[in-house]
Design a protein. Structure first.
Length: 289
């Protein structure tokens, strides 16, 4: 329930006006400032991050250092932008008279928190618009992409390349291959891609029968012995699991960093709004006692 406060006439003789407990212009101003500052810091962080990585061995930071630095920078962005936005929301809000000090403190805190929430919604909307456009463009080109699906590399193609790589020391190979043999090889490759995609779609594993079949295909395609083919299949399956687990951990880590950044941003915005409101009303020194 929004309280209504009657403001006494000012010394200049202006008539009293009725103000609500929320000053939406100040909240919107604080949210816009926080959002704009977030974009500026994100752009700066992107450039800073590109200077930290390098394709040359030993020239850039490690992956672990980069992930931790990125997470800490997200927290810094949230704290800085939210603090400035919250301060603006508190400093520009309408003055409340005949309101107890504790109530003013609560309202200032609410102004900062609402400004942070609005800035968060603006950020989510700004990110959702390009994502929606991307999905729409993908839907339009879906039919054309389906025609050339066999020529498009999927997430499992690299693993199948490793799986079916010919053994230089083996008797198999592509030399002297007939057209029928090449067609059979293409079919077996497509089958292996579908097999791996289906098996690892839900984070599961190759079944015993599928693993045996994959080893036989590898032995037939590469000229390797059955034991070596079994070992290669096991190695590739292990690599797939390791990469999926690394991606899972990276996603979870990013989610935790974002959660921490958002919570700290909400706290900083609320605290900064109380500081801004206290400075506006001239009661900042009273809150320090």
């Amino acid at each position: 329930m929004i309280d209504t406060v009657v403001v006494a006439p000012t010394p200049g003789g202006t008539s009293s006006s009725t103000l609500t407990g929320l000053s939406w212009p100040s909240i919107v101003a604080g949210a816009v400032v926080a959002f704009a500052l977030t974009l500026v810091l994100l752009a700066f962080g992107t450039g800073l991050g590109l200077t930290m990585v390098s394709p040359w061995s030993g020239s850039g930071v490690s992956a672990t250092t980069f992930k931790i630095t990125t997470g800490l920078y997200l927290i810094v962005i949230a704290m800085l932008s939210s603090s400035v936005g919250g301060y603006i929301a508190g400093r520009l809000r309408s003055s409340w008279t005949d309101v107890e000090r504790d109530e003013v403190y609560f309202r200032d805190t609410a102004h900062g928190f609402i400004a942070w929430a609005l800035a968060t919604i603006l950020g989510a909307t700004a990110l959702a618009i390009p994502a929606t456009s991307l999905l729409g463009g993908s839907a339009v080109g879906a039919s054309q992409g389906a025609v050339n699906a066999a020529q498009i590399s999927g997430p499992m193609d690299g693993y199948v390349d490793t799986l079916l790589r010919p053994d230089p020391a083996g008797a198999g190979g592509a030399t002297g291959a007939t057209s029928a043999a090449m067609t059979s090889a293409a079919d077996s490759r497509s089958e292996m891609v579908r097999l791996f995609t289906r098996s690892f779609r839900d984070g599961s594993d190759l079944k015993g029968s599928d693993r045996e079949y994959a080893a036989k295909v590898v032995a037939s395609r590469t000229g390797m012995s059955q034991a070596d083919a079994d070992k290669r299949v096991n190695d590739v399956v292990t690599q797939v699991k390791a990469d999926m687990d690394a991606a899972r951990k990276a996603t979870a880590s990013l989610a935790f960093w974002l959660t921490a950044a958002m919570l700290l941003g909400a706290f900083c915005a609320s605290l900064a709004a109380t500081e801004g409101g206290g400075l506006r009303d001239g009661t900042w020194h009273l809150r320090r006692r």
